[in-house]
Every structure is written in C-alpha cells, then in structure tokens.
Design a protein around this ligand. Structure first.
Ligand code: ZN
Length: 236
C-alpha cells in the first residue's frame, strides 16, 4: 500500500517531523539527555547522535541521487553503531548543534534535486533499492518516531494521521516481508483502514486508533484492546 505516499507527502512530513523533533529536543534540559530512553541501551545522547548521523547518512544518498555516483548511507552496520557510541560522549551542546546542522544540510541537499534525480535508484541501509524520493520518507519516519522516543511529552497521537497511516503501511509491509513474527490482522478505529501482517500462527486481531497501532507495530507500546496482543520487537 506504499503507493498511497507521494514525494510531496514525504517532504511535508519530513518538515513537520523535524519541527516536532527539534521542539521536543529544545524542551529537554541537558541533564535529561544523560538518562536512559525507552530504547534499550540508549540514553538521550545516543538518540540525538543517531538522528544527527542519520541526516549525514541521508546526505550521502542525496549525493548519490544528484550525481549518480554510488555513496552508501553507512560503511557498515558496525560503523553505524560505532558512530552512535562515539557521538554519544559528545557534550550536549555539541550534540544539539550537530543534529541541527546535519538536518539543515540534508534539507539543502534535497532541495537541489530535480525530478529525474528524485527517481534515481539508491540503496537504503537495509540493502533495499528504492527511488531517491524515499530519502524524504526515511527521514520523515526517523524524526517523527524519535520525537516520541525523546520522552519529552510527544506521543504517537500528536503525529499527523496521514503520516501514521503511511507508517503502518511501511511497518506491516516490512514485518510481512520478514515473516518471522506473529500473524496479525489490524483494524484502525474511526478511519476504516485495516492491514494484515503475514507471520506464524492464526492471525491475532488487534484493533485500536492509528496512534495505538503505530506504537504497537513499532515495538513501542502494548497492543491496544482487552486481549493481550503478541509483543513485537523494536523497529527503526
Ligand atoms: Zn532510528
């Protein structure tokens, strides 16, 4: 169902997600960044370092899209993790300015792309080949979901409904493709949308708001409703 998402949508969500993330970050005092987040093993510093490094990595893809010269997001998964660990020991002030500067740089690089370059194939960190237009979506979901992870009071219910729908499309496709989790049938209340996730066992039925479904599917909340839904590992 990925066809529901246009480049204009992704750019709009990327801009709104950026505003949401940086407003949440600005509201967190420096010492809060030293504390653990809901993401296992990550403090606020790790999270900010990751969001900054993600923008740098997507600048690589923007270069690839503009020039056709292959430039992967990260050298390797090990390098990606090492950069987050190294970034996390920087001062709060350095982390804040790295995150802001890298986001601005990404905006600039993407604003240079023309229609042909937006459709040029690039490769994501997961090894998928996608049109460059996906760069905007990859960034949108990072800043939106990690704005929630900052623990500064932003919840999935604060994110735009059309973004949440696209996020659920994305995660259900990813989890179905992997096929190694529980089979699920998901129904969003109020918007007449439903999804299935291919997997093991009889499909568990999960019904909730878009925000509840997105939180659950991304491994950031219990399944909504009376019956316990099968737990899912973290995504993103
Ligand atoms: Zn992330």
């Amino acid at each position: 169902m990925a066809a529901r998402r246009s480049l204009a949508d992704s750019l709009r969500w990327m801009a709104e997600g950026g505003r949401t993330f940086f407003a949440a970050l600005a509201g967190l005092p420096d010492d809060r960044l030293d504390r653990p987040t809901a993401l296992t093993g990550w403090t606020g510093r790790h999270l900010v370092a990751h969001v900054a490094a993600n923008a740098d990595a997507l600048v690589n893809l923007a270069h690839w899209a503009r020039t056709g010269e292959e430039r992967p997001m990260y050298t390797s998964f090990e390098q990606r993790d090492a950069d987050i660990q190294a970034g996390a020991v920087r001062s709060a002030a350095e982390l804040r300015s790295w995150a802001a500067a890298s986001a601005e740089q990404l905006d600039r690089r993407l604003s240079e792309l023309d229609e042909r370059q937006w459709s040029r194939p690039v490769r994501t960190a997961q090894g998928r080949t996608v049109p460059a237009a996906e760069i905007a979506w990859l960034r949108a979901r990072e800043v939106m979901v990690h704005a929630v992870d900052l623990g500064a009071g932003v919840g999935f219910g604060d994110l735009p409904a059309d973004f949440l729908t696209s996020l659920i499309d994305d995660i259900t496709a990813k989890r179905s493709g992997a096929g190694d989790g529980p089979a699920l049938t998901l129904t969003a209340t109020g918007v007449h949308s439903s999804w299935t996730v291919a997997g093991t066992g009889d499909p568990a039925e999960v019904t909730g708001t878009l925000a509840e479904l997105a939180a659950y599917l991304s491994g950031r909340g219990p399944g909504p409703g009376d019956r316990p839904a099968p737990p899912l590992p973290r995504w993103l």
